[in-house]
Design a protein around this ligand. Structure first.
Ligand code: ADP
Ligand code: ASP
Ligand code: MG
Length: 412
């Protein structure tokens, strides 16, 4: 007998029929003698609908009230799934994030899980209950405020619980059959990856592959949680996320990730000085602005141009912060270029294959796609291109790296 954590995303619990389908999956695990903890998301597009309600009242609703509002979505699902299980004669108990002992930091809308007091869950499991926990939410211990973990955060609840409970497995049930070479809803020839390493998955998730919440992958890696991403409807094995991915032949690039809504900002003619760069980026960081790719171009002996990319949603804030420090830092002007996207290739095989970036740039240039910024690490190369070129770039690179070609399948 082991502990299994199962997580069902929004589409997988989007209707009463889907909730009953999820219940059958849960019962199957429980009937094999396992102790089962289930984490669920809000039904279907509930969270988006709640965000939209809030936006009708305020352009910038308070983060605290947003957490109060959005956390209600998951509470509906836990109760309904628990009822579905009880209707099938099972003992089931639903718990909100705080009832489940999920303690987070005090950062509304984007809180990290700090600790999980599993005593209540363990007690319920020991009394032969199936425990259903609301994903995406927790509580600040000191203030008893409800927090949420950032969009897509139910994955993180599931993996963190699996880690805290020492679960044998964490299965993420979603609306695709696994992790694909790229988003299968965008590239028709995308192929399911049988196994991917934690590091590759972390890069993919951080670079925009929405199939897993990045912090869920971080937890899985840090606590060596056995993770499988699979379909809640199809009866087929999914993608294993593990320490060492099963080697596929000649594989340099495991997958492609992409995200739009990026703006490039150039701070023009910044005086050269030992501390100017650090002052510029410390000021941005102190104001909570997340900077991604940074490029420095030396203009002449005394000045330099610094370009960096940000999420377009923080453009206004970034411009305000820069305007406020313009005089102190002494730069001439700010140039912004919106409507950009980031397209990245990811694969641990890149470390030993020096030609990968060149192949990527050549593939894009042959299709007339202009690269505006580049950033690399040992296992990824990211390019910033025009958002209008994003899908073409993803399709091109999918072909260039032959990601549609079937690799030898691993043994499950
Ligand atoms: P859930 O509600 O189950 O958490 P999400 O919508 O958060 O589901 O994540 C699943 C979606 O992730 C898929 O429908 C797909 O469009 C998207 N996706 C993006 N990149 C990938 C990828 N590389 N592989 C699989 N799905 C991806
Ligand atoms: N319901 C939340 C969201 O839509 C959390 C999740 O689904 O993981 O972002
Ligand atoms: Mg999700």
């Amino acid at each position: 007998m082991g502990i299994i954590v199962q997580k069902f995303g929004g589409t997988s619990v989007g209707s009463i029929e889907r909730i009953q389908n999820a219940a059958r999956r849960v019962i199957k695990e429980a009937d094999q003698g396992n102790q089962v903890v289930v984490v669920v998301s809000a039904m279907g597009k509930t969270t988006d609908d709640l965000v939209s309600l809030a936006s009708q009242l305020s352009a910038q609703p308070s983060k605290r009230e947003m957490d109060m509002l959005l956390s209600t979505g998951e509470q509906v699902t836990i109760a309904l799934l628990s009822m579905a299980l009880q209707a099938e004669g099972k003992n089931a108990v639903s718990l909100t994030g705080w009832q489940a002992g999920i303690e987070t930091e005090d950062r509304p809308s984007n809180a990290r899980i700090l600790n999980i007091d599993t005593s209540r869950i363990v007690g319920l499991l020991d009394k032969e209950n199936i425990v259903i926990v609301a994903g995406f939410q927790g509580m600040v211990e000191k203030t008893r405020e409800i927090t949420t973990l950032g969009r897509g955060g139910s994955d993180t609840t599931a993996v963190a619980l699996a880690a805290a409970l020492g679960a044998d497995r964490c299965d993420i049930y979603t609306d695709v059959t696994g992790v694909f070479t790229t988003d299968p809803r965008v590239v028709a020839s995308a192929r399911k990856i049988p196994s991917i390493s934690y590091d590759e998955m972390l890069e993919m998730a951080n670079l925009g592959a929405g199939v897993l919440h990045p912090r869920a992958v971080e937890f899985a890696k840090n606590f060596q949680v056995k993770l499988e991403v699979r379909s809640s409807l199809a009866e087929e094995r999914g993608t294993l996320v593990e320490e060492e991915a099963t080697m596929e032949q000649n594989l340099m690039v495991r997958g492609l990730a992409f995200e739009g809504n990026i703006t490039k900002i150039t701070v023009a003619n910044l005086p050269n000085g030992i501390e100017t760069l650090s002052s510029l980026f410390s000021t941005l960081a102190d104001n909570g602005i997340n900077v991604d790719i940074i490029i420095q171009n030396v203009v002449n002996e005394s000045t330099t141009n610094i370009s960096f990319s940000i999420d377009s949603s923080v453009l206004g804030e970034t411009q305000d912060v820069l305007a406020a420090c313009q005089q102190e830092l002494g730069f001439e002007s700010i140039i912004t270029e919106g409507g950009l996207a980031k397209v990245s290739i990811v694969g641990s095989g890149m470390i030993s294959n020096p030609g990968v970036a060149a192949k990527m740039f050549k593939g894009l240039s042959q299709k007339g796609i202009m690269i505006k910024m580049v950033s690399t690490s040992e296992i990824k190369v990211s390019t910033v291109v025009s958002q209008a070129d994003m899908v073409k770039a993803v399709e091109t690179l999918h072909d260039v790296f032959e990601l549609d070609v079937r690799q030898p399948a691993h043994q499950l």
